[in-house]
Design a protein around this ligand. Sequence first.
Ligand SMILES: Nc1ncnc2c1ncn2[C@@H]1O[C@H](COP(=O)(O)OP(=O)(O)OP(=O)(O)O)[C@@H](O)[C@H]1O
Ligand SMILES: [Mg+2]
Length: 394
Amino acid sequence: MTSYLDRIGAGLVLSNPEVFGFDFIPENLVGREDMQKELAAIFGNISHPEGTARAVITGPVGSGKTALAKRFCKDVIRHFADKRNIQYVHVNCRNAATPSRIMQKIVQDLDPGHPDRGLGVGELLTSLRRMLNSSNSHLIVILDEVDHLLRRSGDDIIYKLMRIDEDRDGAGTLSAILISQEQILDLLENAVLSRVGRSNHIRIPPYDENGLFKIISQRRDIGLVTGTCTDEILQLVSQAAAPSGDARQSIELLEGAAKRAEAAGRSIIESKDVQRTVVTMPNNADSMNIDDIPVHAMLILLGLCRRLKRQESVTSGEAEKLYHVVCEEFDESPKGHTTLWKHLKRLTQEDIIVTRTAKAEVGRGRTQHISMPHMLPSDVARRLETLIPTKIRR
Ligand SMILES: Nc1ncnc2c1ncn2[C@@H]1O[C@H](COP(=O)(O)OP(=O)(O)OP(=O)(O)O)[C@@H](O)[C@H]1O
Ligand SMILES: [Mg+2]
């Protein structure tokens, strides 16, 4: 009885699952061209035999810091392949928060057979320098999530790595990129920024909905079977992830929705696949906060939910008609246009719905497209159907 396994790997929706893996980095980073140029400017002399550079990248969770640094190293290595022998090592300081763990990781990555046991930090540094000089190569060290190191062990090892050539007759051995989330900027300010140079600090902003849309549309094109995921679905995913601005979350949502569609035996992603994935995400603040909204906002919302069970979005014109139908069902006289708008605005502010004005329609009245990325419309409808009668009776 293994037929229940048949759907695994069936590839109804996912054609290249590795595209959604945590360490997958696309050839092109979408919408980060300016930051890539900034980083390239900091590394302006990297093709010269003795050129080195230091950079700090900060930004919120999922804003693409790690992807930016790794993509840059890979591109630089390829671009200057016939000019200079460049290598890079990525160290995540969350897993290696002491100087010796960091040095072991660097040396082991460059030479997996290197005997590191029992060697002190100083000896490992000497080894590293010898290794790089004898192979005539330049190393870019990425110290990722460097705040873990700074908190636990201070900045001594960073200082030593940056001075690896001093007191010797070498030069140009090592460059460094330090990465951290924004919150610990103070820690960085004092400890490292002054050594790296403030002008070498790249601050990257969170993604907005549009930025997320472009990122997942790239993943769709390289990771999903053609025709399995519409732009409307991508819109819903980017709306759901927009409050966090976290690209990782948007990619995980798309993957989760794709897997749900496959598990249901479908070859097309539907909005409920997205919403079901959103509600199971660990840090989804439970936004089912609908018990306290005015009763007519509930009636409007119920009309919306019933339609949103079947389609990704509803226009404001449709919303009004749906509202009237619901009012009739509950024997309530509908409120006017202005009140409807007021309630829609409130539902938006409370993150229960998301409204978007389509570009082509700007200026032609106020047609808006309403969607519900954070919750499952069928769940909300069910809840409203029991809530509304109790509110009306009062
Ligand atoms: N501009 C982009 N184009 C394509 N993919 C991107 C882009 N930015 C981020 N990603 C993808 O989003 C995910 C998160 O990015 P990344 O890991 O670089 O974020 P981060 O800023 O390092 O987050 P954290 O602070 O949690 O370490 C990765 O899968 C990455 O490949
Ligand atoms: Mg990262």
